[in-house]
Design a protein. Structure first.
Length: 103
């Protein structure tokens, strides 16, 4: 998801460009992420993503045990049954190490 730098509305793909439907701002589309492989984790399929995953992911202040950096991207995935909480994953903004939060 990408937002317009002028009016902060959501931009939509339009051919080879991203276009804001509200103010008509346009910019070239960039490759953001690409799915490289799918892995099975505890009998569930998990998509492994490489590329510029920073686009659209929120960040949090959490310390990476690998490099000591204090900022990481995070996302949620439902890995267990629907009546259990989602699992939060983190990826260090500096070294790219990925880990998950245990409850």
């Amino acid at each position: 998801m990408e937002f317009c730098p002028q009016c902060k509305s959501m931009m939509m793909p339009s051919g080879s460009k991203m276009k804001c439907k509200k103010c008509n701002y346009e910019k070239d589309r960039t490759t953001r992420t690409s799915v490289v492989e799918k892995k099975v984790f505890k009998e569930r399929e998990v998509t492994v993503i490489e590329g510029n995953e920073a686009a659209g992911l929120p960040t949090s202040r959490v310390v990476c045990e690998e490099c000591g950096n204090d900022t990481a991207y995070w996302w949620l995935r439902q890995l267990r049954s629907a009546d259990e909480s989602e699992t939060r994953f983190f990826r260090c903004t500096k070294c790219g190490r990925t880990w998950r939060e245990y409850d």
